[in-house]
Design a protein around this ligand. Structure first.
Ligand SMILES: [Zn+2]
Ligand SMILES: [Zn+2]
Length: 282
């Protein structure tokens, strides 16, 4: 877990130097710190969400996606306490029983206001980490931004960081989960049941594996898992060749994917090209 007090001390020391260079560096340290705060939470959810399924790499969007698809506790404040106390020799079962026993506090996770974080993350960058593109009406090009504007943004970040004072982070979902093993690499893939009400496509979390799956509810209130593949027929032996769809996602126009039939060793080439489909309208 990031030592925020240490980060604040470092950024403050740069502010005290009060040069254009030190303020620019302070802005960079702010931005890296804000990114770290998001990514350290994302790391705790890697067993749920493949990097391949991230819609956007920006720190705020990753936290938002976890909050929407896995569990919204990722950005919330809450405290955890534990107890080994029994009721008549057994574990408590009802709410009243849970509330009647003594607990030892473990710690608190701080709220992460990711919209505010995003605005600060952009803010320090705008005032210090880019040179504005010159225009006909702009004067000289300056390497550094305006000291006063940088200082103000950096101070805003320090104030944001000072409010984060939790002492633990917890990753995971608080409800029932559905899990299955990837058919290729056997890695366990899981999602909270409440996030699977609609048809969901998820990639294997193993970075070496190209499999992805479609999960949908079946009639018996269970789930059906379908391998996300494209099928070809081997021209040598008619065997079905099944290729995970993700192999095609990164192909560019006219690029070729080689598929070797495991049964007859025939090499087939799939070429990425537009496919024409016609429909008679009258
Ligand atoms: Zn896999
Ligand atoms: Zn074959």
């Amino acid at each position: 877990m990031l030592d925020i007090a240490k980060r604040i001390k470092l950024i403050n020391a740069l502010l005290e130097q009060d040069t254009e260079q030190s303020l620019t560096y302070a802005a960079l340290e702010c931005r890296l710190t804000l990114e770290y705060l998001c990514y350290e939470r994302f790391k705790l959810y890697l067993s749920y969400l493949s990097q391949n399924d991230l819609k956007n790499w920006q720190p705020k969007h990753i936290i938002k996606q976890i909050s929407d698809q896995i569990d919204d506790h990722v950005s919330k404040e809450f405290s955890i306490s534990i107890s080994t106390e029994k009721i008549n020799g057994r574990s408590p079962e009802t709410r009243e029983e849970f509330e009647s026993i003594e607990y030892t506090p473990l710690g608190t996770q701080s709220e992460l206001k990711f919209n505010r974080l995003h605005s600060l993350w952009n803010g320090v960058s705008n005032v210090a980490l880019h040179i504005p593109v010159p225009s006909i009406s702009s004067g000289n090009i300056d390497i550094y931004g305006e000291k006063g504007r940088i200082r103000k943004k950096v101070v805003d970040v320090i104030s944001f960081l000072s409010d984060i004072n939790g002492n633990l982070l917890i990753g995971g979902s608080f409800g029932e989960e559905y899990s299955f093993n990837c058919s290729s690499c056997k890695t366990k893939l899981k999602r909270p049941v409440k996030s699977l009400l609609d048809k969901t496509v998820l990639s294997c979390i193993n970075p070496e594996c190209k499999e992805s799956y479609v999960i949908q509810k079946n009639k018996n209130d269970g789930f059906e898992v379908i391998r996300n593949i494209i099928k070809f027929s081997c021209s040598g032996c008619d065997e079905n060749l099944e290729v995970p769809i993700r192999y095609f996602q990164d192909l560019r126009f006219n690029q070729t994917l080689n598929i070797k039939c495991a049964k007859c060793d025939m090499l087939s080439e799939v070429i990425m090209r537009p496919l024409m489909k016609s429909t008679k309208m009258r």
